[in-house]
Design a protein around this ligand. Structure first.
Ligand code: ZN
Ligand code: ZN
Length: 311
């Protein structure tokens, strides 16, 4: 019999082993291992010692072999390099009635993490303080492994974290969601001639929510989406725009989303429309050019003092 791909003689029908493995290569799943400074690593929910001794088992559990092959032996060589473990994997196995040997290169990503033993030993140790000035308990949003201690303080919670990198990651996430974030460092001591700094990050809820109306300079802005940049609608110009969050903190909250009312367009004139409030059934006029509106259209409007704006 011959391999239909390369013509080499084979014992059985079908691709020869070389062509088969080229078409259906042996693969390894992506692996990320949290490893602590003490050498313990987290795998399947448990912290274990001796990563070198366990690499073979980890590789074995993550290899993906084509179903026609069977592995008979596995040897690995490993090398730690930065935040990776470089692997040279030698696999012996069978395909139909043939033996094969295959070598693949792979890597395991290392993620540095503090194991529970170490966080107990260093109990009280922390690099960063997240100062939540929010109306919710922030603990459920934070990996408990990083929490060294927590204090309830006026206006919120102070969370001491064992990793300043992790603290920065958390503050970034909150910033993206529209929270106000401010970083500062404090000198807390000197160790071996080196200044020790501690990172403080305050995280505050914004003063407004989606749907609220802010007065900013000569604009009235409706908040459409919170974020580092806030998506707003300028309701005077009926135009969308993005505003940096810190700028809006200086703006004045002038109406909430519940202040928006519904009305029906009862008549249209060239530079004016008449609206009928759908709750009070009072009519009133609104000057301006409202392209695209038709009679009997339902609209939403906001009254601020004497002025009325469509939203
Ligand atoms: Zn072949
Ligand atoms: Zn540890």
């Amino acid at each position: 019999m011959f391999c239909p791909k390369c013509g080499k003689e084979t014992k059985e029908k079908g691709l020869c082993i070389d062509c088969f493995l080229k078409r259906y290569p042996i693969e390894i799943k992506e692996i990320t291992l949290p490893i602590c400074k003490c050498g313990r690593y987290l795998y399947h929910g448990n912290w274990n010692l001796n990563i070198e001794g366990s690499l073979k088992r980890i590789v074995r559990e993550n290899l993906v072999l084509p179903s026609e092959t069977k592995m008979s032996d596995l040897e690995i060589k490993s090398k730690f390099e930065g935040n990776k473990i470089i692997l040279e994997i030698h696999i012996s196995g069978r395909y139909k009635n043939e033996r094969f040997k295959e070598e693949i290169l792979a890597e395991i990503k290392i993620q540095s993490k503090t194991c529970p033993t170490c966080s107990r030993i260093f109990g009280g140790y922390y690099e960063a303080v997240l100062q939540f000035r929010t109306d919710f308990d922030p603990r459920k949003m934070i990996d408990p492994e990083f929490i060294s201690k927590m204090e309830r303080v006026q206006g919120g919670f102070d969370l001491c974290l064992t990793s300043s990198n992790y603290a920065k990651k958390i503050s970034k996430d909150f910033n993206k969601k529209g929270f106000l974030v401010k970083e500062s460092t404090k000198l807390v001591g000197i160790k071996k001639g080196k200044a020790l700094h501690r990172l403080f990050i305050s995280i505050k809820s914004p003063k407004f929510r989606v749907g609220d109306f802010l007065e900013y300079r000569d604009k009235i802005l409706q908040i459409l989406e919170l974020g580092k940049s806030v998506r707003c609608k300028d309701i005077k110009k009926r135009k969308m725009l993005m505003m940096p969050l810190p700028k809006l903190q200086r703006a004045r909250l002038i109406a909430k989303s519940r202040d928006v009312r519904k009305a029906m367009v009862s008549s249209i004139a060239p530079n004016e429309i008449q609206l009928l409030d759908l709750k009070s059934y009072k009519t009133f006029e609104l000057g301006g050019n409202f392209e695209g509106l038709r009679q009997r259209d339902e609209v939403e409007y906001l009254r601020i003092g004497r002025d009325v704006y469509l939203v």
